[in-house]
Design a protein around this ligand. Structure first.
Ligand SMILES: [Zn+2]
Length: 83
């Protein structure tokens, strides 16, 4: 049998990663500008990593778009690779 404590913890983790509706779909955004750093900053961690789809709740289409834009922005040194 599993201890009760473990069960509670598992529930908490699931709540943290709760899937939300894609933010960009709600705003009806079809293009992401790589110069729009303010928007892209919301999708990277404080260490400069791209937040996964699992935790950001983006759809595959928008996640791909964001990843591409962030990588382009990094190359232009507008965003850091790491901090
Ligand atoms: Zn979307």
């Amino acid at each position: 049998m599993r201890p009760v404590k473990f069960k509670k913890q598992a529930k908490k983790i699931r709540q943290f990663f709760r899937k939300r509706f894609c933010r960009l779909c709600r705003e009806k955004i079809t293009q992401i500008d790589y110069k729009d750093i303010k928007r892209l900053e919301k999708f990277i961690t404080d260490r400069g990593k791209i937040i996964s789809r699992r935790s950001s709740g983006n759809c595959a289409w928008h996640q791909r778009m964001i990843a591409r834009a962030i990588k382009r922005t990094r190359y232009l040194a507008l965003l850091p690779y790491t901090k």
